[in-house]
Design a binder for this molecule. Structure first.
Ligand code: IMP
Length: 186
């Protein structure tokens, strides 16, 4: 086992720094500005997926200098560090106050991994006849993707390894970390 002062232990796993707080802040700011420009006259509705997107969403919307609305949905498809086939709808579309028809929707996710959650959600959103739907995700693991999904706004594409921090968790720990940490298998 390599000694490292930055190595973190969370439950039975070890993690090492991968993307710093500064890198996250800078890239999220760029993304927010790009989204604000693209949606300048569209009054988008941002649908942020809980729990993992809460940090990304909070940073992203505060860099978006445009008229927009923000709401939250809750799905869960991860048990500890394994993706399950089923994305469970915990706080769904029916609970939203906003009408989705003819709206420009931006789904805000922490990470698109297998795409199970996003695939289910996009299909469901589509039945409400929005004007458009795009995905803004903090992280994207292209090598893990199992569905035909292409997120338009991606802060970082990363390799197919488990990560925590900046809202992402392991067994609900690690969400508070300001940068991204990657699992250390050594
Ligand atoms: P998917 O349905 O497989 O794309 O996974 C979606 C959800 O699984 C994300 O919104 C995360 O909450 C969780 N997830 C996927 N990969 C990771 C990871 O590397 N670390 C922490 N959570 C993850």
């Amino acid at each position: 086992m390599k000694p490292s002062k930055n190595r973190l232990q969370i439950q039975d796993k070890y993690f090492v720094p991968y993307l710093s707080e500064q890198e996250m802040q800078q890239r999220v700011q760029e993304l927010g500005k790009q989204i604000a420009t693209d949606y300048s006259d569209k009054k988008p509705l941002l649908l942020c997926i809980l729990n993992g997107s809460f940090v990304f969403a909070a940073d992203l919307v505060r860099t978006m200098d445009t008229v927009c609305q923000v709401s939250f949905l809750k799905y869960s498809s991860y048990v500890k560090d394994k993706s399950s086939e089923e994305a469970k709808d915990l706080l769904g579309i029916k609970g939203l106050n906003e009408e989705l028809k003819d709206r420009h929707l931006i789904v805000v996710e922490d990470i698109v991994d297998t795409g199970t959650t996003m695939n289910k959600l996009l299909k469901e959103l589509d039945t409400h006849h929005p004007a458009s739907i795009e995905i803004a995700t903090c992280l994207f693991k292209p090598d893990a993707l199992k569905f035909d999904i292409s997120p338009k706004y991606v802060a970082f594409s990363i390799p197919n390894h488990f990560v925590i921090g900046y809202g992402l968790d392991y067994d609900n720990y690690g969400r508070h970390l300001s940068g991204i940490y990657i699992v250390d298998e050594d």
